[in-house]
Write a protein that binds this ligand. Structure first.
Ligand SMILES: [Zn+2]
Length: 490
């Protein structure tokens, strides 16, 4: 017996030594993916750029669930023509579906595939009750305290104006690109992009254009991004999650009377179904874009975290557990579900025969609409509850994952490291939806990145109160797009 115990002890020590050995080797092999390049000199950008962004914000180009503001959009389109005379006269401008625009800047070498820079013109509304909480009225475009304030200052008029400022500037410098550069500005991103981006993509398809890469709005440079990483983190979205809303409903033949209720009412059955869904989250996966994210971030982390992320074969469970406890981190490792609307009943003493909920899902690449539907039905496991896709035309499977060993990713990575020399660059999964999802047939490589450096607190300004961008950040955005065009034409 004693001999057996000794043997087991010896064996477990050997196993431990082997595991530590493998961990050591994996950690040593976990080397940096950052590109070693010199930062470029910060090109002076005149303060006048702030006035033009402020002017853009003053057009309330609102998208609501039912309409877009045609007059504001037309005004904004004319404003762009008037404010950027060189772009207007030297680039070919095409109007798509009356309110969206495509600009073409022909390249000197027609054999090189084109690139596309995108942004959207529309903005989300400001809740009336929140209006008074803004430091400056949301459509004033106030320039104060070193910031430009208003709806669209981040999402997404800053990108749109910075792209066009960069092109105007290059035109003034007499620059002629080697490859053709397209700009596309949709007008209904915030309501799905069906009349804007989708129609623009259809136009490109008809023209037989296949882009080398597409860059749309997306993830950004974040200060103090996560524990174990001391530098700002530039996240380049290489994939985005899918989107579907399910209608979960109960329809009883007979509701009964509230003075003699059955053991379960329609509302009770529905509540139980929703509770089951909440108690059984989708399985977590570290795959695709998120796996690559850790490949890029891990080597730059403090030693303990580096060992942890270099050995995901062993620590994967622990990492998933940690990530699951934070809503933002949880969203990059699993399909999430969120009940957003619930209805049932008309009077306090009448049992309703029906009760309905809408549950919104953000689908992780690897899952799809069908697998979400199957999972939800399996978890609820109740014949009385029906589960159907709600608003089929708004449902969208996750995007494919764009490559990191591509011309496009490398050009964006290089440019980011030149313009944000302090930052670590990593590919990432984008949780929200962008217009770029309509472009899969005209580009294999689609990236989602907003070249702006923010803190965690700033993130709530997207679609929120006191949306603003600092003048320094905005000038850097212009430098970024200019440099990206130069790097894409080398
Ligand atoms: Zn946006």
């Amino acid at each position: 017996m004693r001999r057996l115990i000794r043997r087991i002890k010896r064996l477990s020590i050997t196993a431990l030594v082997i595991i530590i050995g493998i961990m050591g080797i994996k950690t040593i092999a976990f080397t940096s993916r950052q590109v070693n390049i010199a930062s470029v000199e910060a090109l002076p950008v005149e303060d006048g750029v702030a006035d033009r962004l402020a002017g853009a914000i003053q057009f309330p180009t609102l998208s609501t669930s039912t309409t877009v503001d045609t007059a504001a959009l037309l005004g904004f389109g004319a404003f762009l023509q008037q404010q950027f005379p060189m772009v207007d006269s030297l680039l070919e401008r095409r109007v798509i579906n009356r309110l969206s625009y495509v600009y073409k800047w022909p390249g000197l070498n027609p054999k090189l595939p084109s690139i596309l820079l995108m942004a959207h013109q529309d903005v989300v509304p400001v809740e009336e009750s929140a209006g008074s909480e803004w430091a400056f009225p949301p459509f004033s475009g106030e320039i104060a305290e070193g910031f430009i304030w208003g709806r669209g200052a981040l999402d997404d008029k800053s990108s749109l104006l910075a792209i066009i400022e960069a092109v105007e500037r290059l035109l003034k410098e007499g620059y002629a690109p080697q490859r053709t550069i397209y700009l596309a500005f949709g007008h209904d991103d915030e309501v799905g992009g069906l009349n804007g981006a989708q129609q623009i993509a259809a136009y490109f398809k008809r023209e037989g254009i296949q882009f080398e890469y597409v860059l749309d709005e997306g993830t950004m440079v974040l200060e103090k991004p996560l524990a174990g990483l001391n530098q700002p983190l530039a996240m380049i979205g290489i994939a985005e999650k899918g989107y579907v809303t399910l209608s979960v409903s109960v329809q009883l033949e007979e509701a009964g009377h509230s003075s003699m209720p059955p053991s379960q009412t329609a509302i009770g059955i529905l509540s139980q179904a929703l509770a089951r869904l909440q108690d059984n989250p989708f399985p977590a996966h570290i795959n695709g874009a998120t796996d690559l994210f850790f490949d890029y971030v891990g080597p730059e982390m403090t030693p303990l975290f580096k060992v942890l992320f270099a050995n995901r074969w062993l620590t994967g469970g622990l990492i998933k557990q940690q990530l699951s406890s934070d809503p933002a981190a949880n969203a990059i490792i699993r399909t999430t579900s969120a009940p957003t609307i619930i209805s049932g009943g008309i009077k306090e003493n009448v049992l309703p025969a029906t009760a309905t909920a809408r549950v919104n899902f953000r689908i992780l690449p690897g899952d799809n609409i069908e697998s979400v539907l199957a999972y939800v039905r399996k978890v609820i496991q109740d014949q009385r509850v029906s589960v159907e896709v709600w608003k089929k035309d708004e449902a969208m499977n996750p995007s494919s994952v764009s490559g990191v060993n591509t011309f496009g990713f490398e050009a964006i990575q290089r440019t980011t490291q030149e313009i944000f020399p302090e930052a670590i660059v990593a590919p990432a999964l984008m949780i929200g939806a962008t217009d770029s999802r309509h472009y899969t047939e005209v580009a294999a490589n689609i990236y989602r990145f907003m070249p702006v450096q923010l803190t965690h607190n700033d993130l709530s300004r997207y679609h929120g109160i006191n949306e603003c961008i600092s003048l320094d950040n905005y000038k850097r955005m212009i430098r970024f797009y200019r440099q990206l065009i130069l790097n894409s034409c080398k």
